[in-house]
Design a protein around this ligand. Structure first.
Ligand code: ADP
Length: 412
């Protein structure tokens, strides 16, 4: 606009300058201010320097920063104005930095505020995250403390599918294992004291009768003494069995694993119980048909298994035959003890391997059983890597089968 020949354009430029917050100066070739507009005091000419004017009149633009005597800062731009291809005058435009400074201060304040905001936000998020992570750990700490003081019913309600969830499941499993262990131990001690109390009562009672001569005939006295003797044997059995079982439960039983011929052990065990069977008028038949019967086991413990099963068969059979079969496959050998005794009701079969479990509470008491024999058998079979199975029909007979792995060539 400055370069048009119309006079009104100069006027317009100055009016624009008044509207916007800038000051304008027209300077002619000899450095005089020919026109001026805007709030800046025209007396202050310190920003118009002769070397700048030289540059402008040679066709260049200049820009500088200027500070007036009262300390206000300005951006100054100087520009040549051409008329007929020659520089006729220079125009200076001055803009105060005050509003820019204000904007900068506003931006700075905004930055500081948003910095503080972001910092507080980060602290808040960290706190919430820490709370989220630490809450389950605190719950676990409380739960384990409770478990440690014996509150074994304590369970954690954490179902997350991550490591924390896995840990919670492990703690719950531990608590239920401990609970089961405590319950069975309590039950075990309750059973032991019950089992011991009964024969001790008999012993005390009959010993007192004999001591105070409360019998009428010598035969009666002998009968009482016999009861005392039988109950003594019973306690001995019970203590022996308990000792065996306790050792096994604690994993303290040491097995001397070696090459063992199952056929020899069965023959030997059958010889041992033959007299008992004969006393009851029972027939003992061994069918040793297995071609291979060498296993890896502890001969004493394998014999204990066979003896317990044979003794049970004799104890719970009034008449008939007790048969022992042996069978082998390419990698297993098994033996079966089959009797024609009273049998075991089907619904009781799952429990007969439990400690102190008796089918009829009175039946094995009469026969001197402790209710521990089969649980010992099961544990011994398991310790030597075998399996045991039972089938029975009440009034017809019972059949126990124990299977072991055959000793392999590598083990030779
Ligand atoms: P127990 O010392 O009382 O015989 P066991 O653990 O050996 O204890 O046996 C558990 C129960 O299983 C016995 O009380 C008995 O009732 C039943 N039982 C075991 N073997 C036989 C069998 N061959 N015939 C019938 N019942 C049996």
């Amino acid at each position: 606009m400055a370069e048009t020949t119309e006079n009104s354009s100069e006027e317009m430029i100055l009016t624009f300058a008044d509207f916007s917050n800038v000051s304008m100066f027209y300077i002619n070739g000899v450095g005089e201010i020919t026109l001026h507009s805007g709030g800046h005091n025209p007396e202050d000419r310190s920003f118009i320097r002769s070397e700048d004017l030289k540059k402008i009149f040679s066709g260049q633009s200049i820009n500088l920063e200027h500070q007036d005597p009262s300390g206000n800062r300005f951006f100054v731009i100087g520009q040549p104005i051409y008329k007929d291809h020659t520089v006729s005058s220079a125009i200076y435009v001055m803009a105060s930095t005050q509003s820019m400074d204000k904007s900068l201060a506003a931006v700075r304040n905004l930055l500081i505020l948003s910095g503080i905001g972001a910092f507080l936000f980060a602290i808040g998020i960290t706190w919430i995250m820490a709370l989220l992570f630490s809450r389950p750990l605190i719950l676990m700490q409380k739960a384990t403390k409770k478990i440690a003081i014996g509150e074994l019913e304590t369970r954690l309600e954490i179902h997350s599918k991550d490591e924390i969830g896995d840990l919670a499941v492990a703690i719950n499993n531990l608590a239920s294992d401990l609970q089961r262990y405590r319950d069975t131990r309590q039950e075990f001690f309750a059973n032991i004291s019950h089992e011991l109390r009964t024969p001790i009562t008999y012993l005390k009672g009959y010993a007192k009768v004999v001591k105070n001569h409360l019998y009428e005939t010598e035969e009666e006295k002998d009968r009482y003494l016999d009861i005392i003797y039988q109950e003594g044997i019973r306690i001995q059995h019970l203590v022996d069995d308990l000792f065996e079982l306790a050792k096994m439960e604690e994993g303290k039983v040491s097995l001397y694993m070696d090459r063992v011929d199952l056929k020899d052990i069965i023959t030997f065990a059958v010889q041992k119980v033959a007299l008992k069977a004969k006393d009851k008028g029972l027939e003992l038949v061994v069918h040793p048909s297995a071609s291979d019967s060498i296993i890896r086991g502890d001969s004493m413990q394998v014999e204990q298994i066979v003896l317990n099963l044979l003794e049970n068969a004799i104890r719970y059979t009034e008449q008939g035959t007790i048969q022992i079969y042996m069978r082998s496959t390419f990698d297993t050998v098994s033996f079966t003890v089959e009797d024609t005794g009273i049998g075991i009701p089907e619904d009781e079969l799952p429990y007969i391997f439990d400690r102190f479990y008796r089918v009829e509470k009175s039946r094995s008491r009469e026969t001197g059983g402790t209710g521990l024999g089969l649980s010992i058998v099961k544990k011994l079979v398991k310790l030597q890597g075998g399996t045991i199975q039972v089938s029975s029909k009440e009034g017809i007979g019972t059949c126990f089968t124990v299977q072991f792995a055959l000793r392999t060539m590598q083990e030779e």
